[in-house]
Design a protein around this ligand. Sequence first.
Ligand code: FE2
Ligand code: FE2
Length: 286
Amino acid sequence: MRVINMGPDPSLAYRPNLEKNQTKDKEEYRNFENGSLIDRVFNTYKLMHTNQTLDFVNKKHSEWTGCTHTQMGIMDAVMSLDQLVDESDPDVDFPNSFHAFQTAEGIRQAHPDKDWFQLVGLIHDVGKIMALWDEPQWAVVGDTFPVGCKFQNSIVFRDSTFQDNPDEKNPELNTEYGIYKPNCGLNNILMSWGHDEYLYQVLKFNKCSIPEEGMYMIRFHSFYPWHSHGDYMHLCEDKDLRMMSWVREFNKFDLYTKTTDLPDVAKLKPYYQSLIDKYCPGILKW
Ligand SMILES: [Fe+2]
Ligand SMILES: [Fe+2]
């Protein structure tokens, strides 16, 4: 078992000072301007925004989406996140799998009737398992954005991290639409490669029956330029706009359920295993 540093995943790293029973104001999350982790976060985004090109993403799709890597049940994959200790977070020092159960339990409280939504909370970050298989962190964690068209200003560190990306110098990829057609739909867009797209592809490949709303949450939860800044609407189709409110509903729990009050995972596991058995049973191909 290998413990790796998950590094500066901003969705994990920016929950500072979560002392027991202490709550944070929502504005204090996702601070990309200062704080003790800013250098490490910046360096990861610099690597991501230099290397995530249209060619790179196409290469990753052919490498991962055939799901020839291994075979594993979802619960084992969730628990493998225990090896992923986010050492970039100075205030919350516990395994990543707790984040999975905390997100799921937050959703269960607010949406007791939507078992598929609770399951999405549990599994949404499982694609980070790629980092255990030697994928660099800049190709696993962090916010996502479309490649193949102009990088919009809503992308974090837009001004300071893209100057060495070869696509930035390709005029064909630097228009509003780039290689895409107006309102072609997010399903037809290539996103920067990361844990969102990977898990979506795994679930699709294995014919899991999570409803479309849940699949959208999984696939686009790190697409902050879209769901939190309202950007890239010119590429969206009507369905994307309908699904956006679900992604935003999910995002509340992903960001704000992390506390030092750790859930009793052993006690919760049977309930969540029953949801796995219902929507994505057995051994999956990864
Ligand atoms: Fe995530
Ligand atoms: Fe998450």
